[in-house]
Write a protein that binds this ligand. Structure first.
Ligand SMILES: [NH3+]CCCOc1cc(-c2cn[nH]c2)ccc1C(=O)Nc1ccccc1
Length: 336
């Protein structure tokens, strides 16, 4: 029988499993042409069943999202049985485990993380997407302790823009907005704002504002909008969270108000930088290195890379760019 993962041979060297969630297994891999580490999310189509559309949703969304606080998609490989997503490697694991390890975060550490979360969400909203499953399990830490958002399986891009209503009730109950769990129509971006309020509370307190083992009781607490503020919280953080955890979505803070909120701009006095730091134009050095390797002219290589087919060329380009942004030599490992 052919060896497992035959489709990856020569492209990636597979190592140990580094995570799993529901219907996916995530393994550490090495991109053979650059030597860079990647995370390979492996899904079995049969096991996915009617969750397969979620994977397609995630792939299409991640192809359009390119941002310093979103886990980068480098390549997609699809076979009869499997779907492989080659993703940016985040060695420091989930924000969830980081909070648990420290009980709760001090306000200035929480602020640094929350600015990165707001940056990622403001960017996806500007691209017309709502994430709809924001929680610390879906925020990973890279080697520089920067947050990277994952799991766009539930994200939505409503036809005709973000003002249009969504209906599917989804995401994790404890982070779900009241309007979302009451089955009413809702605006995805407003539901994301509520989830970010829950996230900020989790960062500052180390536990959830609304919690109950029984789902119906949990829903009642969420719809009441009543939660406890522990004594260590500052007045400003309590005010900010109360503006985000408004049961009525109309009176909730908007993402535009959030990026320049005083609690977020404290000590920096500049609004959260939410635009992508990635340039639209192609990087000359990377194109040159790839052209030499594949024996093509720079013009031919530019034309091929620009198509962003999310094939091995796309992953090689992005990983060379990563090397450059980390100040490493823009060099491919020459195959024997
Ligand atoms: N809660 C996260 C578990 C590990 O999952 C991932 C890890 C990485 C990762 C690890 N290192 N670098 C990136 C990249 C992506 C995922 C992921 O998308 N997981 C997932 C999401 C929804 C359903 C099933 C699985």
């Amino acid at each position: 029988m052919t060896s497992q993962y035959a489709e990856l041979r020569g492209l990636y060297h597979l190592r140990e499993t580094i995570g799993s969630g529901g219907f996916a297994k995530v393994k550490l891999g090495y991109h053979s042409l650059t030597g860079e580490k990647v995370a390979i999310k492996i899904m079995d189509k049969r096991a996915l069943g009617d969750d397969l559309p979620r994977v397609k949703t995630e792939i299409e969304a991640m192809k359009n999202l390119c941002h310093q606080h979103i886990c980068k998609l480098y390549q997609v490989i699809e076979t009869e049985q499997k779907v492989y997503m080659i993703l940016e490697y985040c060695p420091e694991g989930e924000l969830f485990d980081y909070i648990v390890s420290k009980d709760r975060l001090a306000e200035d550490e929480a602020r640094i993380f929350f600015r990165q979360i707001v940056s990622a969400v403001a960017y996806i909203h500007s691209q017309g997407y709502a994430h709809r499953d924001l929680k610390p399990e879906n925020l990973l830490l890279d080697e520089d302790q920067n947050l990277k958002l994952i799991d766009f399986g539930l994200c939505a891009k409503p036809q005709g823009g973000m003002e249009n209503h969504l209906y599917t009730c989804c995401g994790s109950p404890a982070y779900a907005a009241p309007e979302l769990i009451s089955g009413k129509e809702y605006i995805g971006s407003q539901a994301d704002l509520w989830s970010m309020g829950i996230l900020l509370y989790a960062l500052l307190c180390g536990y959830l504002p609304f919690d109950d083992e029984k789902i119906p009781q949990l829903y009642k607490k969420i719809q009441s909008g009543k939660y406890e503020n522990p004594p260590w919280l500052s007045e400003e953080s309590k005010t900010l969270m109360s503006r985000m955890l408004q049961v009525d979505p109309q009176s909730r803070l908007t993402i535009k108000q959030l990026i320049s909120h005083p609690w977020l701009t404290k000590d920096t006095n500049v609004p959260v930088e939410w635009r992508s730091k990635y340039k639209r134009s192609l990087d000359e050095d990377c194109i040159t290195e790839l052209a030499v390797h594949y024996g093509k002219t720079k013009a031919e290589m530019e034309r091929d890379v620009t198509q962003f087919k999310f094939d091995y060329l796309t992953s090689s380009y992005f990983l060379l760019l990563e090397k450059k942004m980390k100040g490493r030599p823009v060099r491919l490992l020459h195959q024997k």
